[in-house]
Ligand binder design. Sequence first.
Ligand code: ADP
Length: 322
Amino acid sequence: MTGERRMPRIVVVGSVNMDLVLRCTVIARPGETLTGRDLQEHFGGKGANQAVAAARLGAEVWLIGRVGADGFGDSLLQGVQSAGVRTDYVQRSAGASGVAVIQVEDSGQNSIVVIPGANGCVTAADVLVAADVIRSADVLLVQFEVPLEAVETAVGMAAAAGVTVIVDPAPARREVPAAILSADWLVPNETEAEVLTGSAVHDRAAAVRVVRQLRDLGAKRALVTMGADGVLLADTADRLLVAEPFRVRAVDTTAAGDAFAGALAYALAGGVSESEAVRIACAAGAVTTTRHGAQSAVPCGEEVRQLMQQQPEAGYLRICTD
Ligand code: ADP
């Protein structure tokens, strides 16, 4: 790990999933058999999505996780590799890969069953074998779709080495070790922020209270993503800042949060200012909503740059006066 380094280096510890999307007129009820219309396979999993998001923007990204010994495992590995993600530390487990079965009916309602599969087998030992790459990274990015023991090990190792730690606390969990929450950046969406703090985010005033509560949990910076309402940040000096969103025609918000987190990691690893990093992340999240899919919807650098040029005022942090 010596020599001149040109690209920002990011390590992601997280999940790799196959999303099976079944389209049907109505979702099957218990005991019912229905004929569906269409089945699509999408590469997903928060870890893989965020790794791909950072890699598409131009970072050197290493993913630590697990896939199964099944055919999905082969496809999932190829999927992240084709986006340029390093998979040296993605191990194969004996059983099945992580799978999400998503039924979507014509009304737009969905029902989802997630089988963690190999993701549930990620251990602290899997993280320890990647110690060199974690310690030499600019940013460590983690979520909660793999066991928290592995997440905590990675966070502890990165923090001790002075690596910037971004925690996306998704899916929402109530009980999270304090060592994980004391990240450099804690970036929940509104639902995750509610679960972590126990306070509902029903309006801007409530969001302001919640973002401060999140910082009180130990995070150096807490940032709540609020979909089309932009983001709210409590920074290291406990100042409150807001960023107005980019205006786009959203058709599917799947993976917007993943694109946001991956792009934030990319930007911070590249050494840009806090405000510029949040702006790049907002633009990446916004572009992702303009098309269907998870990993496939995550934008490349050119698309993010274009949106930032088209909307030069959007996405910048400014002091919140609300
Ligand atoms: P999650 O997918 O985790 O619920 P959000 O929906 O908050 O996360 O989206 C993450 C970020 O993506 C938002 O903070 C915002 O910057 C951007 N984004 C999401 N939805 C939209 C939208 N409809 N219009 C513009 N930007 C959006």
